[in-house]
Design a protein around this ligand. Structure first.
Ligand SMILES: [Zn+2]
Length: 502
């Protein structure tokens, strides 16, 4: 990095170190921390986050940033600055602006509300009683509207929230993408519903040690570096990074649900390979961070679905699977391929198959827009949720616990986050299409279990840039055109056309 940014980089590195320490505490909390450690741990984590906030808005940091940027509007001051520096300063200013736009009192209130509202959500879900959560969610929605107003936006309030997860994406762009997708997806689901193809489900008990062993083998073959990372168990699988040389994955292992554990491992390793692929020399700089939540999710979904749920991949791994689990002995490749790709409209997003998944996202996206932009009342949410479930899936949830209360994100205040999940699927299909064109004998390589050329391609084309490019710029750079649902729909229509003989 350039000499003139030396001081700025030092300050950024300091904040990154605080962030990494906090991540380590968080990882420990979800994996090995004893039950009674929780109370002091949350105080430690909140201390670190306020320490980081103080550094981010400190006079020292502002004075340094002011040398290059008008900190009120983000305008870069010097003309003699190259594109790289411009991008660097823009990302640094945006992070500063976000923290600085929120009054200290607001940040504290929001943090308190978040921890209360998560506890209330857990209770409400357990008791299937939305009214316990409703007042907290109402406060949360009000605060998120205020947050958007503090941060600023040009035409659409919801855009300010989207920007935090997917820079450059707007409600207008999303409406466009989703409108193109909705009717095609619904048509495909209808055809699948009417197909006469019947698919066997795998049932039984699967030895937990064997599940672990097979998962470890596969993530190693994918190129997840176990000298710069590890895998452990947790209730909800996640990936967290302290540095490209220390990236932690978790998975869950259930004796009676073998596929969920295996695909969780592959998914998280996709995230982990991205984190390991960020350049060490950029640690602390925005260029050493992932491009966006959507780009991150594209990496995990590409490995989980385009690879992990493909016939080519299992050509190599089905015999290995059979060595671990004799239950599959009687299954051939075709049958197994169908088993791991069953399509069935369901109540819960996180259990959804590839085809119905995006509908869950669109449903929630529409409701979020109504809450943030159009004044939808929180008390009406269960009713709206069930109406939309009926419209999209032809299912009415049996309870609010399986309906409006199913997901943790709103209790954490993560409004604007969900579209990243759908975008991840679109980007994954675009990257995958390009990789399969550019890597010689791609299909044959996957059939032989040679996964490293794909990992290297992703390192080279996606990971190494960090946040240098906005998501859509990165897509354009890699595939030569803007973000689009077309490759994703082509992928679904061709794959599920084969499976369900459509
Ligand atoms: Zn993920």
């Amino acid at each position: 990095m350039r000499e003139k940014f030396k001081k700025l980089n030092e300050l950024l590195l300091e904040m990154q170190k605080i962030e990494s320490i906090s991540s380590l505490l968080h990882w420990d909390q979800e994996t090995y921390m004893p039950e009674n450690g929780g109370e002091i741990r949350s105080k430690e984590i909140s201390y670190l986050s306020s320490l980081k906030h103080q550094k981010q808005v400190s006079n020292e940091f502002q004075n340094e940033l002011r040398k290059f940027v008008n900190i009120d509007n983000g305008k870069i001051l010097s003309n003699e600055i190259n594109d790289n520096d411009k991008r660097f300063l823009d990302r640094v200013w945006k992070d500063f602006h976000y923290e600085n736009s929120l009054p200290q009192k607001f940040v504290e209130d929001l943090s308190e509300l978040t921890s209360q509202s998560q506890m209330k959500w857990i209770k409400a879900k357990e008791r299937n009683d939305f009214s316990l959560f409703e007042p907290y969610l109402k406060k949360m929605v009000d605060m998120k509207k205020k947050e958007a107003d503090h941060y600023g936006y040009s035409t659409n309030r919801y855009d300010a929230l989207l920007e935090q997860f997917e820079p450059g994406i707007t409600t207008e762009k999303l409406d466009d993408l989703f409108n193109g997708l909705r009717s095609r997806l619904i048509k495909l689901i209808e055809k699948i519903k009417n197909s006469s193809v019947k698919i066997k489900r795998v049932k039984g008990k699967f030895d937990e040690d064997s599940q672990w062993e097979l998962g470890m083998k596969i993530i190693k073959d994918m190129g997840f570096d176990l000298k710069s990372g590890r895998q452990d168990k947790s209730a909800h699988p996640f990936t967290i990074s302290f540095h490209p040389s220390d990236v932690r994955l978790t998975t869950r292992v259930h004796e009676d649900n073998f596929l969920s554990s295996l695909f969780a491992s592959i998914h998280e390793a996709g995230h982990g390979i991205y984190e390991q692929g960020l350049l060490k020399e950029n640690f602390g700089s925005p260029f050493g961070q992932a491009a966006s939540f959507g780009i991150h999710e594209s990496q995990s979904r590409l490995w989980e679905n385009q690879i992990g749920r493909s016939k080519d991949f299992w050509k190599k791994y089905l015999p290995i699977l059979k060595d671990h689990f004799p239950q599959f002995d009687s299954m051939d490749l075709d049958e197994y391929f169908k088993t791991i790709n069953v399509v069935k409209p369901s109540l819960i997003r996180i259990e959804a198959d590839e085809v119905t998944y995006s509908l869950h996202i669109m449903l929630r996206y529409e409701i979020e827009k109504m809450l943030i932009n159009e004044g939808l009342a929180v008390k009406d949410l269960p009713k709206i949720w069930n109406e939309k479930m009926k419209e999209y899936f032809d299912i009415i949830p049996d309870s609010d616990a399986n309906g409006i209360l199913q997901d943790v994100h709103w209790s954490m205040g993560a409004f604007g986050y969900f579209p990243s999940y759908a975008l991840g699927n679109f980007y994954a299909a675009q990257f995958f299409q390009k990789a399969s064109e550019e890597i010689a004998d791609f299909d044959k390589k996957i059939q032989k279990g040679e996964l490293l050329p794909l990992k290297k391609w992703l390192n080279e084309n996606v990971h190494k840039y960090g946040r240098k490019y906005l998501p859509d710029e990165l897509i354009q750079k890699v595939v030569g055109s803007s973000m689009s649902v077309e490759p994703f729909m082509e992928y679904l229509e061709s794959k599920y056309g084969e499976i369900y003989k459509l």
